[in-house]
Design a protein around this ligand. Structure first.
Ligand code: TXA
Ligand code: MG
Length: 320
């Protein structure tokens, strides 16, 4: 059954169509990176601003040279350590990479995804795939085929269903100045893990008017429901009267002796960050479906993937 679907996926991509693919992080909206028609369709379907560049997905570490050049030593060390896996590297682009993909920058974002369907497909194609997360711009990323269907319905020719995404948050994005690594986006590899390979990372500061990486745009990954982030959920709950509330909690439920709590989501009862990251977006999608007045999210400890989750929650709760 999946073999048939991969054949179909290949055909659609060869004809410049778009499909949704599973990756270990989130589902991607994929098209031929060497087809201007496909690349333009991705921006249009996602309603994505043209200044927000796309990630090129490769089949292997050695394909890096097809799209990038002047690759720093630290980039190769990270690629060898984490690929296939949830790491995106920003590298100097080869001339033939389209300016639409890179939003006019002289760098290109690349990664090798770690999902068997994505890898089988990439190995069968003569071109890499550009694949942003398969959600309309600014909304919560999809971690299941159902999420993609909910967003795009029949607008995509095929959704390859690879089950729930194992990691559940996007790839960590690292760029370089000379050989010095810079964090462009928090993701499913923690800063601590990256620093074990490269030494100290610098963190790019957020600047909405000219974001170096729009993953650092302040409002992003947002539920439709008004959402607040706090260290002290009970205190905030007390101050909300006459509202239907949903809770997004790290490990413990809140004693529900009030009718205002309609729904609670627990990210990991054992307090495991990896499990919490995996559940984050699915929990946000579910909460958004409860017709709540507001969602209160609990801040996690600021370490390892707790930092990544806090970063996503901060962007989800940022008021415009
Ligand atoms: O986990 C992931 O990375 C997923 C899966 C599908 O692979 N993809 C994903 O793509 O999150 P997207 O388009 O939602 O996010 C790509 C991020 C954006 O924040 C974009 O600004 C950044 O990558 N980016 C792409 N090219 C860049 C470049 N040349 N310089 C700086 N940032 C870049
Ligand atoms: Mg995205």
């Amino acid at each position: 059954m999946i073999i048939k679907e991969i054949v179909k996926a290949k055909e659609i991509l060869q004809q410049n169509g778009l499909i949704a693919i599973p990756t270990e992080t989130v589902y991607g909206l994929a098209g031929n990176a060497y087809s201007e028609e496909a690349v333009k369709k991705i921006f249009a379907l996602k309603n994505r601003p043209l200044h927000n560049p796309l990630i090129v997905h490769l089949k292997s570490v050695s394909s890096i040279y097809e799209v990038a050049t002047e690759i720093p030593e630290n980039a190769l060390m990270l690629a060898n350590k984490f690929w296939p896996g949830p790491l995106t590297l920003i590298l100097k682009k080869q001339n033939h990479i389209s300016d639409i993909i890179t939003a006019g920058k002289n760098t290109v974002a690349v990664r090798v995804p770690n999902h068997p369907f994505a890898l089988i497909l990439l190995h069968q194609l003569e071109f890499p795939l550009v694949a942003p997360s398969a959600n309309p711009f600014g909304s919560i990323s999809p971690t299941s085929a159902e999420h993609v269907l909910h967003y795009f319905g029949q607008q995509i020719d095929l959704i390859l269903d690879g089950g729930e995404c194992q990691k559940g948050v996007e790839s960590t994005i690292i760029g370089f100045e000379n050989n010095n690594p810079i964090l462009y986006r928090h993701g499913s590899i923690s800063i601590e893990e990256i620093e074990k390979i490269t030494g100290k990372l610098s963190i790019i500061t957020n600047n909405d008017s000219s974001p170096n990486s729009p993953g650092m745009l302040s409002r992003h990954y947002a539920p439709k429901t008004d959402t607040y982030l706090t260290d002290d959920v009970s205190a905030l709950l007390k101050s909300c009267t006459g509202k239907k509330i949903g809770l997004l909690l790290f490990k413990n439920t809140i004693n529900n002796n009030t009718s205002k709590i309609i729904h609670q989501e627990i990210l990991s009862t054992s307090g495991d960050y990896t499990e919490a990251a995996k559940n984050l977006y699915a929990a946000m999608h579910r909460l958004d479906q409860h017709k709540l007045d507001l969602i209160i999210a609990e801040k996690l400890p600021d370490e390892f993937l707790g930092k990544t989750i806090n970063d996503k929650l901060e962007r989800a709760t940022k008021k415009e």
